[in-house]
Design a binder for this molecule. Structure first.
Ligand code: FDA
Length: 397
């Protein structure tokens, strides 16, 4: 086993997630002696639980617009060289069937575990050594390359790939290790915060939201000039569902979000039509033609309109309809890294080479995947960044 002095590895990759496994496989295929280390007991745990267990592994519509960070265009070089069709083709080639769901999202037909098993088999075939339950520590760099302290002794290598992910879901092994390595080498890290995360509210709003826990409906949520048309879910803690997770990446403390509860429009016409057809019914019955019944009842109570529709003027119905299109509320925070799908921010892309993911000031040191300041929308964009950036680094290790 290599490990000291002359028996050094060509490349050590820390983090057996999507990005790290891809970098290690590519390096191994190119004949490099690669070691992949993870402190977790199993590789690819986030892949396994992703996409509700079916792994939304990419999206048909990948562009810089689907990414956040100081410079989202940094991602394009890697995204264009290893594309969504490359990963889809690789999975098909491995016998893993997939399908397109909504909004260009590609999911496995079966279990996400198939993807982990495929990556593990590819690593084996490429001769990558995988050390699980192995804790990395300090990294130093000398004339011969890198020395990494690990719980299995000091390991030396020509190149080091930091693929340790972000801070989200510490219970699943997330740690700040990659950011610390960057800081130790003087590489800037932009401010990090939880993203793709449910938003939380003060008691006043919660008192209104809580009774609706479990209700879900299609909405348009906007904030900071960005809008998403997807489902929203009321929970005991606040608002969740894809539309809210998406907007959480753009929301900042103190800002209000606007929820259009009827993005399909036409509420005024429906309410006026209901008045003609069922004048003796109340507002709740009319709203129930537009949205889940529990929400309709709750909204009608909030509007305090107990009288029959026949007794409500067209102007009142129009104002009810108008208010449904712009429900403004100010979150107090988010559920944080405990449930966030990703971490916004990370290793500053200005400090990295977009082709190789190598630190400009530290030859041989690469950062790939979520640890980098590139964050995708919900919908397969984050795994695509992990595959593409891992692949890009793997070409030069
Ligand atoms: P990732 O976090 O996957 O891997 C990092 C690895 O480094 C882990 O194995 C970890 O144990 C290891 N590590 C961390 N610290 C270490 C240390 N100190 N020492 C040793 N090892 C260390 N995205 C998407 O595109 N489609 C989807 O369907 C989903 N679904 C989804 C669901 C849920 C619940 C979550 C939390 C996230 C998603 N995502 C997603 C996001 C996606 O999982 C994420 O963007 C990628 O996993 C990032 O891949 P990386 O390889 O960069 O990090």
């Amino acid at each position: 086993m290599p490990g000291g002095g002359s028996g050094a590895w060509d490349a050590i990759v820390v983090g057996a997630g999507a990005a790290g496994m891809f970098a290690a496989i590519e390096a191994g295929r190119r004949g490099r002696r690669g070691l992949l280390i993870d402190h977790a007991a199993k590789p690819g745990e986030k892949i396994r639980i992703s996409g509700g267990g079916r792994c939304n592994f990419t999206n048909t519509g990948i562009s810089a617009d689907n990414y956040l960070g100081k410079n989202p265009r940094f991602a394009l070089s890697a995204l264009k060289r290893f594309t969504q069709w490359d990963i889809a083709g690789a999975l098909s080639g491995a016998g893993i069937a997939w399908h397109e769901k909504t909004l260009g999202q590609l999911f496995c037909d079966g279990s996400a575990r198939q993807v982990v098993d495929w990556l593990t088999a590819e690593m084996r075939a490429a001769g990558v050594e995988l050390w699980l339950s192995c804790e990395p520590g300090e990294v130093t760099r000398g004339a011969e390359g890198f020395a990494l302290t690990t719980s299995r002794g000091i390991q030396r290598s020509r190149a080091l790939v930091v693929a340790s992910g972000g801070k989200s879901i510490p219970k699943m092994g997330a740690s700040g290790w990659g950011y610390r390595v960057a800081a130790d080498f003087g590489i800037p890290v932009t401010g990090t915060r939880p993203a793709l995360v449910p938003l939380t509210f003060a008691e006043q709003e919660l008192a209104w939201i809580r009774p609706l826990a479990g209700v879900s409906l299609p909405v348009r949520v906007s904030c900071g000039g960005q809008a998403f048309d997807e489902a929203m879910l009321f929970t005991h803690r606040g608002l969740s569902g894809p539309a809210v997770l998406q907007i959480s990446s753009y929301w900042r403390e103190g800002q209000a979000i606007s929820v259009d509860l009827l993005p399909q429009g036409g509420a005024a016409e429906v309410l006026r039509g209901a008045k003609r057809r069922m004048g003796r019914s109340g507002l709740a019955a009319a709203l129930a033609e537009l949205m889940p019944e529990r929400l309709a009842r709750h909204l009608a109570e909030a509007h305090g309109k107990g009288q029959p529709l026949a007794e409500m003027s067209g102007a009142v119905l129009d104002s009810v309809a108008g208010s449904l299109g712009d429900w403004r509320l100010t979150p107090v925070g988010s559920e944080g890294y405990r449930t966030a799908e990703v971490t916004l921010g990370g290793v500053d892309t200005d400090a990295l080479d977009a082709r190789t993911m190598e630190a400009k000031a530290v030859p041989g040191l690469h950062f790939v995947g979520e640890v980098v300041d590139i964050t995708g929308w919900l919908g397969g964009y984050n795994f695509q960044w992990a595959w593409s950036s891992g692949w890009a680094a793997g070409q030069v290790l």
